[in-house]
Write a protein that binds this ligand. Structure first.
Ligand SMILES: Nc1ncnc2c1ncn2[C@@H]1O[C@H](COP(=O)(O)OP(=O)(O)OP(=O)(O)O)[C@@H](O)[C@H]1O
Length: 250
């Protein structure tokens, strides 16, 4: 398997105005293989978001480097897309115009924008809402649109920072299934931050467990169960409880 992202000895130190330094990340090493679905779990403040933000190019590392397809990643690239927890849709744009935002940045013509955005609208089963505004949608629908918007740029890597954290349990389960369907159809590499161990076991090929102060990788666990995974399975329960124990001993 090819490593699409290689994180080497990455550290991030924040210096606050009060002269307090925080080692948000310390000596992170991680190989992400193409088409991997990786979940990152860990206590609040262990640097999960910081790690995604550095990979997305929204933040600089203090030390270390990230290689993307064998070359050092020095600036944001449209090949790496990000989905945030709070949907981050533009309220004055309709659903279809939100989805085609990145295509506008890429200066695609109007016909291509409409074609591509319509394809992703269909993928998230929201054709009927093409001309709706974000305020007319539920949280789950807004998050679907945010995912479609990221996918419309055709990134190879999708960084997802607690994308389902604000959703009710029922909607969350539906979107987990949809995300797996999209991931299987579109062959993306996904790095997904979550506080839910259940979500991580349901979704991922690998779970990266982090600890805090400083933010370090404590363990990487491979999840070899076949998909679709059954939450009622003994193996599922055993892995979930094993990961919870690892987190408790943080
Ligand atoms: N811009 C910043 N300036 C100073 N400190 C920061 C900044 N961003 C993050 N930090 C600190 O870095 C550490 C890691 O933060 P980060 O948001 O990455 O953690 P997290 O694991 O994503 O947390 P949560 O699970 O609560 O979202 C925290 O101690 C946080 O206070």
């Amino acid at each position: 398997m090819n490593s699409i992202i290689k994180i080497q000895n990455l550290s991030k130190r924040f210096n606050s105005k009060e002269n307090i330094t925080v080692d948000a990340l310390k000596n992170i090493n991680l190989d992400v293989e193409e088409n991997d679905f990786i979940c990152i779990v860990g206590p609040s403040g262990c640097g999960k978001s910081t790690l995604l933000r550095i990979i997305a190019g929204l933040e600089d590392a203090t030390e270390g480097k990230i290689n993307y397809k064998g070359k050092e990643l020095l600036e944001p690239t449209s090949e790496i897309g990000m989905v945030f927890q709070n949907y981050s849709l533009l309220p004055w744009r309709t659903v279809i115009d939100n989805i085609s935002l990145g295509l506008e940045f890429k200066r695609e013509d109007k016909r291509t924008r409409l074609e591509v955005a319509s394809k992703y609208l269909e993928l998230i089963n929201m054709q009927k809402f093409a001309n709706a505004y974000p305020y007319e949608l539920s949280g789950g629908m807004q998050q679907r649109v945010a995912i479609a918007r990221a996918l419309a740029n055709d990134p190879q890597v999708l960084l997802m920072d607690e994308p389902f954290g604000a959703l009710d349990a029922h909607t969350r389960i539906i979107l987990q299934k949809e995300l797996l369907r999209i991931w299987e159809q579109n062959k993306k590499t996904v790095l997904f931050v979550t506080h839910s161990v259940d979500e991580a076991v349901y979704l991922s090929d690998k779970i990266v467990i982090m600890s805090s102060n400083p933010g370090e990788i404590k363990e990487i666990v491979n999840i070899d169960m076949e998909r679709p995974r059954d939450r009622g399975d003994i193996e599922y329960a055993t892995i979930t409880s094993r990961i919870l124990k690892m987190l408790e001993s943080n």
